[in-house]
Design a protein around this ligand. Structure first.
Ligand code: ZN
Length: 243
């Protein structure tokens, strides 16, 4: 099966549309979303609609759970809490209902799916080999997909060895057949790894190859939408730096 994996869209319709266009060209069997469909960006309703239409499976992220009221806003940074509040004001009832039934973890085709990590599907940022080691111990599957950190990453533990991690760049292709893995596609709507282009992952579960992808998109359009919504300006500014 060929799967396109998207994560951390964060209400950025401009980025999501560009990614879905690139995904469609490769005709994957399925498209999955690892959560945070909303929060930060100015187009939560459009993003929910697009994800519902294009993704066979979607997880809940911490920002989705903030908007649905399942997580208290005081657990978030000021900018994130303001954006979640704004999203609560504009989200359509039908979109909110759909977000409310999402869960932060799942399983498909023998793969572990977690918004954040196998140990803590909602909050843990897996950004070090040490944490990855603990997560690989916790995951029942050989390979898991995680989002949440907004950084494209791979962690690998060959049999009998310790885990190591690497940043992943657009165009990287890895053989993920041997050993245990944690893969992070990076973020569609708010990349924080220095590359402002929208990030996603293409996974072939027959050949066991993983390809990290980047899609250029209309960053200015997304920034204008954030500013017109009167969301914190920092949320617009960071998009152009991928930070
Ligand atoms: Zn996120």
């Amino acid at each position: 099966m060929l799967v396109a994996i998207l994560s951390d869209i964060h209400g950025n319709r401009h980025a999501l549309e560009a990614v879905l266009e690139d995904v469609a060209k490769l005709e994957p069997t399925e498209t999955w979303c690892l959560g945070d469909v909303v929060g930060y960006g100015a187009d939560p309703n459009a993003c929910v609609e697009l994800v519902r239409r294009h993704c066979e499976l979607t997880l809940a992220g911490n920002h989705d759970l903030a908007v649905t009221g399942e997580l208290p806003l005081d657990e978030f940074s000021r900018g994130a809490a303001l954006a979640a509040q704004w999203t609560q004001e504009v989200i359509e009832p039908d979109a909110l209902d759909w977000l409310s039934q999402l869960r932060p973890q799942g399983e498909r085709a023998g793969l572990g799916l977690y918004h954040a990590s196998p140990r803590d599907p909602v909050w843990e940022y897996v950004v070090s080999a040490l944490l990855a080691e603990l997560c690989l111990d916790a995951q029942p599957q050989r390979l898991s997909l995680v989002g949440h950190s907004h950084v494209a990453l791979s962690f690998w533990r060959p049999e009998g060895e310790v885990a190591s991690g690497e940043r992943r760049y657009g165009g990287d292709i890895l053989d993920v057949a041997p050993g245990e893995w944690l893969l992070n596609p990076g973020s569609v709507g708010q990349p924080r790894d220095g590359d402002p282009r929208a990030a996603w992952l293409l996974l072939d579960t027959e050949r066991w190859s993983a390809a990290w992808m980047r899609s250029p998109y209309d960053i200015k359009g997304a920034q204008t939408a954030i500013r017109e919504a009167r969301l914190p300006d920092s949320l617009a500014e960071r998009l152009q730096y991928g930070q």
